[in-house]
Design a protein around this ligand. Structure first.
Ligand code: NAD
Ligand code: DAU
Length: 357
């Protein structure tokens, strides 16, 4: 049995955050899990319908760019652990509007660090509890690989999009708080996630949604870019392991050893969709449309996660083909969710079905 703890998870209404909240609420009934989220376009409380009534779950609608509000929440709830996922997360949006990425990802992270530091400096930790600030980051901070090599924890930072620049800056602040103020921090940098509750602006859910409606599948450039895909529930498990067993000041890379060229991934997805929708094989590939490339498009990401595997014993659980099939099935049986998040109807759900506690 773990000690009683008050854990703050930010961005818990988003894609990865909702899986982390679910795992912590279900695995640690002795913890109280506070999900702090501003409910931007990417945050949706329907993602947490199955845990919203559990006695160890609380939702806090708040914005990490509001420093005063964070101070008040620390004073009220006495958080002793933080898992920080709230962020602007979409590269294309960062290209169109970098400022919001600097505000949320950089200033928001600094606000959260300040709030934790101030509260922890003036209030002793409960008996038996070790405080921890866990910052969830991305492999994109390392830049772009050529045909060879993997990102390790020692790879120098070389962010190339406004999104990755903002995440890199936030990582630097977290490490600066460790060195300067001895804050008990831990970080992880993960590769591309896929799975349920993924907002349909990102490649995999966007392609599933488009194929279903017989819309074109936009593939940037020639589809030669490579991403290393990890099932989101494996990422959530890694976060659990690192939060509980990782060492202060350390960084852990998380990845699936699962590299796919975008175009090959789309071919596989088309095949699965044809089969699930009972369409003749070869129907969905006709929807592929090569479009103008993303500006500054990073060629390849690939993660070496051997530190996490060797030191903390985490391993990915699912083969990609199996995970992708599960994901497609989830989207096809959760049409209501897809409709809500693409139409904004989830806000009505929030107002009518769920009240802030
Ligand atoms: P997401 O966009 O699905 O969710 C982000 C969540 O943060 C949303 O619920 C949103 O409402 C909330 N949020 C945004 N701005 C906020 C603010 N100012 N205050 C409070 N809440 C706010 O993102 P995701 O894909 O789940 O990513 C979560 C984290 O994991 C991010 O930090 C991201 O950089 C990182 N990450 C993502 C991936 C990936 O493949 N998606 C991979 C590695 C790391
Ligand atoms: O590597 C981790 C990162 O993965 C996370 O930090 C980000 O938050 C997350 O959004 C993701 O970034 P990507 O840019 O890799 O993901 P996205 O789904 O936007 O794109 C995946 C690849 O597919 C990329 O090479 C761009 C391409 N793409 C994307 C879209 C949306 C297309 O070809 N067409 C599309 O319509």
């Amino acid at each position: 049995m773990e000690a009683k703890r008050n854990i703050l998870i930010t961005g818990g209404a988003g894609f990865i955050g909702s899986h982390v909240v679910r795992l912590f609420v279900n695995n640690y009934p002795e913890y109280t899990i506070f999900n702090l989220d501003a409910l931007t376009y990417a945050g949706n409380l329907e993602n947490l319908r199955d845990v919203q009534d559990k006695p160890n779950y609380r939702f806090l609608k708040a914005d990490i760019t509001n420093a005063e509000e964070l101070d008040k929440l620390f004073a009220t709830h006495g958080f002793d652990g933080v898992v920080h996922l709230a962020a602007e997360s979409h590269v294309d949006r960062s290209i169109h509007g970098p400022t919001q990425f600097a505000l949320t990802n950089v200033i928001g992270t600094v606000n959260l660090l300040n709030a934790a530091r101030n509260y922890w400096a003036h209030n002793a930790a409960p008996t038996g509890v070790e405080r921890r600030f866990y910052h969830v980051s991305t492999d994109e901070v390392y830049g772009s690989l050529g045909d060879e090599g993997l990102f390790t924890e020692e790879t120098p930072y070389d962010p190339r999009s406004p999104y990755s620049a903002s995440k890199a800056a936030s990582d630097h602040f977290v490490r600066a708080f460790y060195h300067t103020y001895k804050m008990p921090v831990v970080l992880s940098n993960c590769s591309n996630n896929y799975g349920s509750f993924h907002f349909p602006e990102k490649l995999i859910p966007l392609a599933i949604n488009n194929i279903k409606h017989n819309f074109k599948i936009p593939v940037y450039g020639k589809g030669e870019n490579v991403r290393d895909w990890l099932f989101v529930e494996d990422h959530a498990r890694a976060i659990d392991v690192i939060f509980h067993k990782g060492k202060d000041g350390e960084t852990y890379n998380i990845g699936g050893h699962n590299e796919w060229k975008n175009i090959d991934l789309i071919y596989l997805l088309c095949k699965i969709m044809d089969s699930k929708l009972n369409r003749p094989e070869g129907t969905s590939v006709k929807l592929i449309e090569f479009v103008k490339d993303r500006a500054g498009h990073d060629l390849r990401y690939a993660i070496d996660s051997s530190k996490l595997q060797n030191e903390l014993g985490w391993v990915p659980s699912l083969q990609f083909e199996e995970g992708l099939e599960k994901t497609v099935e989830w989207y096809l049986t959760n049409e209501e969710w897809l409709h809500h998040v693409t139409s904004g109807d989830y806000l009505k759900y929030y107002e009518t079905q769920y009240h802030q506690r």
